[in-house]
Design a protein around this ligand. Structure first.
Ligand code: ADP
Ligand code: MG
Length: 697
């Protein structure tokens, strides 16, 4: 019944049906059932005039009309009904339908009036109120809590305003005759004191009282979050019991030699702890699926490298995938350097690797000659096949789509261990929701001796001051990044901004004392790499670039990051960019340049950056500003399936739902018990059109 096409609902028909589909994505009865009101207006009581204040929403009054006046002419013509009740006076105003008002409303009679009051001078008025002659019967009919549905202009023109949708809802409930199946186990309802589904949906659309509507809403939110968690955790439980992982039992020569002879610094306690966690996973016989979170500069790369050495000690291959070519190159170079003196074969694969080279590379990958492969998403290509891949590391994982990551699972007959790394810390509730399937390790400590980056904000008109500061820093032997945002839709225009900036910097930092590198997305990769290397080697003092250097780039001697048009960047991007400096022992600076006009949100972003270096605090602020849907890493996460629940505001319900799901899976991992039979059924319903990527986070 719920699958029945909406066209066949009484009151719909083909014309309205096609509009409902187009405008609201309502295709069948079930979709309409889940078109929830976004608020209610309270017509349970009658307000009196002396209760009015300016914050009051739509309300209902019982007013007697004293007299009716036709005021003004032409465009400003209006009808005003001067009204009163026992407590005071107010006006009703109409700018249209003047004739109707004249004919219908009579002084001396009492009316039930509904609308939003506004104050004009000292008097309240309601424009275009809903009005009917007052009778007890009318009041009881209008009464109650009225749901307000979202709709569109096109639908309104076909009679489907909020009221119209309400009428459809009535005919839907008539048609369903209470046939609304339960989707949660009875024990879950009981434990969490939830309404049953039929009741909840009835109360959402036809509430008896405000608290009932609230209670119904909680039940629906719980259900949404329950199934989101179920989708995530079910795979985690199944993987834990079914997918066998490679066992890396041995801590061998490579790892030990590296640790004792090559590693140029001692690991932080946090790095050691995380390596222990990962080793425990990879030695357990289960397949690892772990997220490594650590603020920018916390030293994730070395952790990844050491885990990869473990894999090779145990006769497996390992690979690392990075989101940009610059970053892949950088990892490749540093791994080459670290593996000097080790018997290791490290190779690089990017979109620019030549065909002839590829052939050789693919061959030696298959026969196991290559131990480490580092690359960009070129690693995902079909021809890339390993002899015996044991570990996949994905750097800056939020830059990859779920689908891209999932393909890395299939690079070996037995699923390799997966370590995904991110510098974008996410708040706990969000992590619980979108990474429910992953185990999480956190590096919550920076290497010793780092001085926190000092962040400063300057308006464009203080540019001379900023240039003076940059000169001084370069004189002290430091290097500087100057980054331009992508502003325009068109790459050529963006490039123009960058080139204009480059020219003005060239004027202020002239040869022969200064050398400037420039890097942007449209350069050939060999040129990019050449410019990058000049900067890394210290041959250039300034690096002018677009955000291609945003993630991962590591040049310890660079100590100033100047961000142009900083108001155009999101918080997490600003934090990432700032993370490019503060990597050496010198005091580092981040300079945010903005225009004089800042939006309210822009101000908050700039202030947050100036006030804190803490990635978690920044992530919280970001979540508050943008809402969860926009935070990096949340796309394709199932969050868009949440209609009522809001994981930032409904934290308590998130926890309740997750606990219930864990309890159920602990006792019945395959969901085979009769009282759980609706769960697989509902999961199947929910995953219609979804390719089962839920297995991978
Ligand atoms: P991220 O976590 O942002 O990827 P990186 O792995 O690039 O950070 O590390 C940042 C810098 O810190 C690198 O230059 C790295 O060599 C250095 N580093 C990492 N761990 C330590 C440590 N324990 N002590 C000192 N320096 C370290
Ligand atoms: Mg990194």
């Amino acid at each position: 019944m719920l699958d029945t096409s909406i066209e066949y609902l009484k009151g719909v028909g083909p014309q309205r049906a096609s509009l409902l589909k187009k405008e609201l994505e309502i295709f069948c009865f079930g979709d309409l059932l889940m078109h929830y009101p976004f608020r209610y207006v309270d017509r349970t009581r009658i307000f009196s005039v002396n209760e009015l204040n300016e914050d009051i929403p739509f309300i209902q009054l019982r007013l007697k009309i004293a007299r009716i006046e036709h005021i003004g002419a032409g465009r400003s013509a209006r009808m005003v009904a001067h009204c009163f009740d026992d407590t005071g006076e107010m006006d009703l105003v109409w700018f249209q339908g003047i004739k109707w008002v004249k004919d219908k409303l009579k002084p001396g009679l009492e009316y039930l009036v509904f609308g939003k009051p506004t104050k004009y001078g000292r008097r309240y008025n309601i424009a275009h109120a809903e009005i009917e002659l007052y009778t007890e019967e009318i009041f009881s009919r209008a009464g109650g809590l009225q749901p307000i549905y979202s709709t569109t202009e096109k639908l309104k023109s076909k009679g489907l305003d909020s009221k119209g949708i309400s009428r459809l809802m009535q005919s839907l409930f008539d048609a369903l005759k209470g046939n609304i199946p339960e989707t949660l186990p009875l024990s879950t309802l009981k434990q969490n004191h939830l309404m049953d589904r039929r009741n909840a949906l009835t109360q959402i659309h036809f509430p008896d009282a405000p608290d009932k509507a609230k209670y119904a809403e909680t039940r629906i939110k719980f259900e949404e979050l329950f199934y989101l968690q179920m989708q995530l955790l079910r795979f985690k439980y199944r993987r834990k019991t079914m997918v066998k992982g490679h066992v890396f039992g041995l801590v061998g020569d490579l790892f030990n030699t590296f640790y004792h002879k090559i590693l140029p610094f001692s690991l932080t306690e946090a790095q050691k702890r995380v390596i222990r966690e990962i080793r425990a996973d990879m030695g357990s016989g289960k397949q690892m699926n772990r997220l490594l979170q650590g603020d920018v500069g916390s030293g994730k790369t070395i952790v990844a490298l050491m885990c990869m050495l473990l894999a090779i000690d145990n006769s497996y291959q390992a690979c690392l995938m990075a989101p940009t070519e610059i970053l892949a190159n950088q990892h490749y170079k540093s791994f080459l350097k670290y593996s000097e003196g080790l018997d290791l074969n490290v190779e690089l694969l990017t979109g620019n690797t030549k065909t002839a080279q590829r052939k050789v590379l693919f061959e030696s990958l298959r026969n196991g000659d290559i131990h480490f492969l580092i690359g960009t998403h070129a690693l995902i290509e079909d021809q890339v096949q390993f002899g015996n891949l044991g570990l996949v590391v994905i750097d800056e994982q939020h830059r990859f789509g779920v689908e891209q990551r999932s393909l890395m699972w299939q690079k070996n007959e037995r699923v390799p261990h997966i370590l995904v790394m991110t510098a974008t810390p996410i708040p706990r509730t969000l992590a619980m929701t979108i990474y429910g399937d992953l185990d999480v390790s956190v590096i919550d400590e920076l290497p010793p001796g780092r001085k926190p980056v000092k962040t400063m904000h300057f308006f464009d008109n203080s540019r001379l001051k900023v240039f003076a500061f940059m000169h001084e820093q370069i004189r002290q032997g430091r290097q500087i990044y100057v980054v331009y945002p992508l502003i325009h839709e068109s790459e050529t225009l963006d490039l123009k901004d960058l080139m204009d900036g480059y020219e003005s910097i060239s004027r202020d930092f002239p040869l022969p004392h200064y050398a400037i590198s420039i890097v942007h997305g449209q350069m050939k990769s060999a040129d990019k790499e050449y410019e990058m290397q000049r900067f890394i080697k210290g041959e250039t003092q300034l690096m002018v670039s677009t955000t291609v250097i945003e993630v991962g780039v590591d040049v310890p001697n660079a100590s100033v990051m100047v961000i142009e048009n900083a108001e155009r960047f999101g918080l997490s991007q600003l934090h990432q960019l700032r993370g490019r400096v503060g990597r050496g022992a010198d005091q580092s600076f981040c300079i945010l340049m903005t225009g004089n006009k800042l939006s309210a949100e822009g101000k908050v972003r700039i202030r947050t950056m100036v006030e804190t270096n803490d990635g978690f605090a920044i992530a919280e602020a970001d979540l508050k500003l943008r809402g969860p849907g926009d935070v990096q890493g949340t796309r394709q996460s199932g969050l868009e399936g949440l209609k009522l629940a809001d994981i930032t505001r409904d934290e308590a319900i998130v926890r309740m739902a997750r606990q219930s799901v864990e309890d159920i899976l602990d006792g019945d991992p395959n969901l085979a018990m009769p009282e759980h039979q609706m769960i697989p059924w509902q999961l199947k319903n929910l995953s219609k059109g979804n390719s089962g990527l839920g297995m991978i986070s």
